[in-house]
Design a protein around this ligand. Structure first.
Ligand code: SF4
Ligand code: SF4
Length: 101
């Protein structure tokens, strides 16, 4: 298991880790038994390019830097970084972002 990101504060904690398929069930069961919620990050954010007006609001709210502007000010996405928190969906003024499960 490789931990790529961890965040803890006084109210909650989050850990993002790469786990190979052979060990996933055992690790998931162990964490769940201790009260943790385990989510598989297989479905990153999706942008509807017809709806997106490239306002940049999502850039400022995504704390793992999925969004950025290219040199010509078009919106670029690095969806491999998405942790499916859903924050950008609420901030998008054109409802251009979705998470599909
Ligand atoms: S907030 Fe929505 S409309 Fe604005 S750049 Fe992001 S996806 Fe596009
Ligand atoms: S769902 Fe969360 S992590 Fe994924 S792009 Fe939106 S704000 Fe970033």
């Amino acid at each position: 298991m490789n931990i790529s990101q961890a965040h803890f504060d006084s109210t909650h904690g989050e850990v993002i880790a790469d786990i190979d398929k052979d060990h996933f069930k055992a690790i998931k069961d162990a964490l769940t038994a201790k009260g943790a919620q385990v989510i598989v990050l297989d479905y990153p954010i999706v942008r509807d390019e017809e709806e997106c007006i490239e306002c940049g609001a999502c850039i400022s709210v995504c704390h793992v830097n999925v969004f950025s502007f290219s040199r010509d000010w078009s919106l670029e996405m690095d969806t491999d970084k998405c942790i499916q928190c859903g924050t950008c969906i609420k901030m998008c003024p054109h409802n251009a972002l979705t998470l599909e499960h």
